[in-house]
Design a protein around this ligand. Structure first.
Ligand code: FRU
Length: 514
């Protein structure tokens, strides 16, 4: 481990901790995108991610690796997969999943062979994708299978051979199944393919095109995941190439679910309408796993493609969300923070009850750059109000609510300007007498869970380190807070070499608590 870190350090270093998360998973150096292979193996949670360890930009993909005993505290492990084989030349080891079989941990991933311009000219396409396996006896050192690739061209004229990736594997009634993201050859319809195997490790059979866009849900579906949640079959995926000009979608890539029933005989998934998993700016390619106590936990990439990531100047790029537990309630997907995160509440909380404010107000100690805030607000009496986070004279990220159900996240003045996407997101929520907010702030990110996970909004922000205030402002009379709980959160994932520079700014600048 130490040798590997030293080797990597030569290429890339985190030079400033101002935006580096305290308790969210992020790469120790370089770049990360999708979560991969999240699983529980030999008593620990393993989490991998798409990683380019040499520079803070996308490059040939490796699998970064972290491990945890409890989903709250994580530690970095050596890189699990590196692009070394012919079938992953150029693009590397793309996304995939993990499963335990006979005591070994198996990773199933996509080898992305990226042709050079000359090769592309000769063969007529820029890239081709293969499904591959790697396995490990200790969950740390992985060996690629000699059988790779285990899925090649399936010779189906409704499936593009260029874009067929991101296998999610699971076991059902003694057989193994995998869903893959894909598109039709004309690139008009995203779709999910189902494969079946008796042995997992040797041969895989194409079963069916399980689900496909009706023409309104994008030209490619990436990163499928599948689970039974609260008695429903749930297909998680990330459609891309969505049309946004008709105002139907917020961005041309989003992540969400279809809820329905998978017929294991035909391979067809019957489902209802698409639902978002997160309506914020930055949420993509989530991965799910089952915990030993039967919950479905999800972690997503808390970023979005083609949008400014200012941390690249500091030598790193990209971070994950907190672990969220998925549920289905009245046909709707809900996600709530995993209860394990309460372990990070290392300091005494600040709690307030029945507070009425009639002007912009901050509460002593309720401030900072890495904390959790749990609020119940009397929405009936408060009508219209805002909460500014990471605020100072110059900057603020603003949540605002109007009791007609309009909820807004505004990062226009959050700090460094984020180009590539709009900076105001407005959603409609079901108005209730009480508005419940569960907010996680961590240096350069914000996750807001509304009304027990009925809606979630996630965003990256790039404030100055000293913008730490939380300001409550009634916009129409008074703001009545039934209860407020504030928890400063511990370092959940110590960085291997910038540890000493991760300072508690509230100690450094005590006046910030005033
Ligand atoms: C989604 C994605 C995946 C692919 C990976 C490559 O963000 O495009 O489909 O496996 O990123 O890094």
């Amino acid at each position: 481990m130490a040798e590997q870190i030293l080797e990597l350090k030569a290429f890339s270093q985190v030079t400033d901790a101002r935006w580096y998360p305290r308790y969210h998973i992020a790469p120790p150096f370089g770049w990360c995108n999708d979560p991969n292979g999240m699983c529980y193996y030999k008593g620990q949670y393993h989490f991998f991610y798409q990683h380019y360890p040499y520079e803070p930009r996308w490059g040939p993909m490796h699998w970064g690796h972290v491990v945890s005993d409890d989903l709250a505290y994580w530690k970095h492990l050596p890189i699990a997969l590196k692009p070394e084989e012919a079938y992953e030349k150029g693009g590397g080891c793309f996304s995939g999943s993990a499963i335990e079989k006979d005591g070994e941990l198996w990773l199933m991933y996509t080898g992305h062979l990226q042709a050079s311009p000359e090769e592309a000219e000769a063969v007529g396409f820029p890239h081709i994708e293969f499904q591959c396996l790697a396995h490990s006896e200790d969950g740390i050192h992985f060996k690629k299978s000699e059988k790779n690739p285990v899925i090649e061209d399936i010779e189906n004229n409704e499936v593009s051979i260029n874009d067929i990736r991101d296998p999610k594997v699971w076991e059902h009634n003694g057989k193994y199944y995998a869903v893959l993201g894909s598109r039709t050859p004309d690139m008009a319809h995203g779709q999910i393919l189902l494969f079946e195997s008796k042995d997992l490790t040797k041969s895989w059979k194409f079963k069916a095109i399980s689900a496909r866009s009706d023409g309104n849900l994008g030209g490619m579906w990436e990163c499928p995941n599948f689970a039974e949640i609260d008695g429903q079959d749930v297909l998680v995926f990330s459609p891309m190439d969505l049309r946004t000009d008709d105002g139907k979608f917020y961005y041309d890539k989003v992540a969400g679910v279809l809820i329905g029933k998978l017929n294991y005989n035909t391979g067809i998934f019957k489902h209802g309408d698409f639902q978002y998993l997160d309506k914020g700016f930055d949420f993509y390619a989530p991965q799910i796993m089952e915990t030993p106590d039967g919950r479905t936990v999800m972690i997503g990439w808390l970023d979005m493609w083609n949008v400014d990531m200012h941390e690249t100047r500091d030598g790193w790029a990209g971070q994950m969300t907190i672990p969220r537990v998925l549920g289905v309630k009245d046909g709707k997907i809900i996600s709530t923070p995993a209860k394990e995160l309460e372990k990070l509440r290392k300091w005494k909380p600040i709690t307030l009850e029945n507070v009425v404010v009639d002007e912009a107000t901050s509460f002593e100690g309720v401030s900072g750059e890495a904390y959790e805030l749990v609020l119940t607000i009397d929405a009936e009496k408060s009508k219209k109000f805002s909460i500014a986070l990471r605020a100072s004279e110059l900057e603020q990220t603003v949540l605002s609510y109007n009791s007609n159900g309009t909820f807004k996240l505004d990062r226009t003045k959050s700090g460094e300007v984020i180009n590539g996407m709009t900076s105001v997101r407005e959603i409609q929520i079901e108005p209730k007498d009480k508005l419940k907010l569960h907010i996680f702030v961590d240096r350069s990110s914000l996750e807001v869970f509304i009304n027990d996970g009925a809606e979630v909004l996630s965003a990256r922000i790039y404030p100055k380190r000293t913008s730490q205030k939380v300001i409550f402002t009634p916009e129409n009379g008074v703001l009545e807070i039934d209860s407020l709980e504030y928890y400063k959160l511990d370092f959940g994932i110590p960085h291997p070499h910038i540890k000493d520079t991760l300072v508690d700014v509230t100690k450094e600048f005590p006046f910030l608590n005033k």
